[in-house]
Design a protein around this ligand. Sequence first.
Ligand SMILES: [Zn+2]
Length: 444
Amino acid sequence: MAEQEEPQLWQTAAPVEFVPHLDERTEVQALLISTRQGAGFAVAAGQLGHALQSRATHLLMDYSQSACAMRYQIDGEWEQLPPLDREVGDAMLYALKQLCLLNPADRRSAQSGKCTLKLGKAKFTLVIQAQGVASGERVLIKIEPVDVPFERLSDLGMRDKMIEALKQQLDSDGTVVLITAPKAAGLTTTWAVTLGAADRFIRDFQAFEDQEQPEPETININPNYFGGDTGLTEPELLRKAVLKEPDVLLFPELPQPDSMQLALEQVEKHEKQIYTRMIADSAIGGLVQLLPKYRDSAGSLTKKISVVLCQKLVRRLCDDCKVGFEPQPQLLKQLGIPAGRVAMLYQPFVPPPIEQQVDENGRPAPIVPCATCGGRGYVGRIAIFELLSPGDQLRAALMKTQDLAKLNQIAKSEGHRGMQSEAVLTVARGLTSLEELKRAFASK
Ligand SMILES: [Zn+2]
């Protein structure tokens, strides 16, 4: 008798609905009807349902002669899945390309497209990029929620004292606020959450955005557009906008030097505030990159920057299966944690080898993986935040040197707690593990 085949992953999850990006309702219907006739529609709907259920943000498919290798990215880490048969994988890709308005028959050219996914009430944007390669074809699918859930700084893992300190700076007139994060580490999320923490009800916030790269809407922040078909440059737009005397000037992209000079005048003469953001690996690193971009106003900028926020993402330990252990005094000393401060540190649960998973009579008793994290030991990510408020010595040094080690030393002497020591606090709070820190800090 033939062995019962294991169900494929795409057969195990609730399927998604597809919404192609077409203007006419009738066109949408016609496309869905024709795609459903293909064998790959059900595979695509089920596989994406499984991806969402697994909290995957990316799906990578590598087609070779006999199979389609599959990987998910979950919380920033790639995971291998069982491969699909080539035939099944081909059918799925054919359907996905149809739904994203690409040419499904073309397996060579670089193609990219989009469609919307619905699962229950939740909506997601799917972006597909396909490219023929020597061995076959490589396809990357990104899945992002359409409505980014409103998060607070505490949800992202910021400790209470830091939230207080940051809020105070966000609401201080006559200052410059700089928000930074390394590449692909959630800068836009932190920016949105930071804006959410600022008091936008009493003060007038005006954002200056490239019409071709508009920002998501935020309550009580008024967007102003330059470029595109506005016929305005950024400095022209800003010159007009400051006549209305807004309290906070927001630049989601670093402003051009002329705009920065104009905005700094508002800060110095009229106690207005600037918020801006950039990619940087650390708070001091951000300052060192920022100042040379504004040679003419570096002095004023250095004087007025009141706070630089930086963040790094790490995976969050699963609360349902993390394992506590009593740290050795030697380890605490290494981490710089005073003795007696932390009784327990946590690490992910790692099951013993399968042959040791037995009951008291020595019979095999496989351990069921934790339902919350699927046995990964981690669920979601948290940010480790570094908050720098430069003191007089650091400001003076920034005008003279770009030497990071020297600048870090001065910041430390002014009481600044760097990213590494913030990271240790996150471990002491039981939010992540030492091994995860090692991994996260070694990767860059
Ligand atoms: Zn778990």
